[in-house]
Write a protein that binds this ligand. Sequence first.
Ligand code: PMP
Length: 399
Amino acid sequence: MKLPIYLDHHSTTPVDSRVLDAMFPYFRDEFGNAASRTHVFGWKAEAAVEAARERVAVAIHGSPVEIVFTSGATESNNLAIKGVVDANAAKGNHVVTAATEHPSVLDVCRRLERERKIELTVLPVDSMGRIELAAVRAAIGPRTVLVTLMLANNEIGTIHPIAEVGRITKAAGVLLHCDATQAVGKIPVDVQAMGIDLLSLTAHKLYGPKGIGALWLRRKNPRVRIAPQIDGGGHERGLRSGTLNVPGIVGFGRAVEIAIEGMDEERRRVRGLRDRLHRALASAIEGMTLNGSPDDGLDGNLNVSVAGVQAESLVIRLKDVAVSTGSACASASGGPSHVLRAIGVADDLVHASIRFGIGRFNTEEEIDYAAKRVVEEVQLLRETAPCSDEADARSSRRS
Ligand code: PMP
């Protein structure tokens, strides 16, 4: 077993060696610009991009002409939301989202609210992070142009009933954007069956490289129109200018292909490891509470709060086990997790929360070691914690 052990797969994933093998030639021999039409270097790069486009499209039951390559899901979310709002200004200015969305959705919506005076409805969630379908239906009005909801949550793993939401938005004639960053390659995603109109995804959450993602845009029933947010050479049908990241795109295609092929088996294995970790921690740590509902959430997600323990101190001491407090995305801006707050976790338990993300290459041996180390450090921290603080923290539970 090699240390440190990586249990933070919602943050990013290692690049699968099969993906790396596929990418390698496109750095050295096949380095052409996919937009170069006058020589074989360009043609080969373009052919590789188109093969990858097909793979990405097939994985979500879309068509290759509906894929726009971007730098990742942050850009895809920006392009989708700003693009729809800009293109539909004549029709309306109301956007519906939910409190547990990623900052690359929530912050975009808030900026549009401030700067473009859109009307924003942020739906609340219940203690498991679930939205209410009736609330989605009620939020949609004559001026609504977009509902944007994630498929799977990056902190607590909650999976939204997107197909049901899709039926509501279709009936109302409103576009549905779905941030499927944590879902593609982990659970089945079908833009047709789910009634999605725009979908964001990224390679680095599915064992592909960082800095490459895509926005899928429905072309028929309805044809989705968006305003580009980056102008330039007119790449990607004029929707996202900029020289294509050919090795990244090739890696993205291969990563998606591998993830889809092995999904059923990987889901079972990852869920087994997650449950093993949960059992080991729950049997040894008193006062541990679950955030979210592992039984019907993402297979690799386990988010817990350990009463009386500062998660920051715990993760610093766990030098040989890589886990995250709250979410890495939220911790980049330093704030406490908006997701845990939205599901009603009390402040002290928000600061006591740890997110485990189990992935493709984790083993039982690693899980057992990680559980043992977490239990050891929790015990040490509790022994050294001032008694009163610990008692206070233990007495507060999710509100
Ligand atoms: N949405 C969700 C749900 C995410 O988890 C992340 C990454 N943490 C993003 C969007 C942003 O993805 P990227 O890193 O590709 O910009």
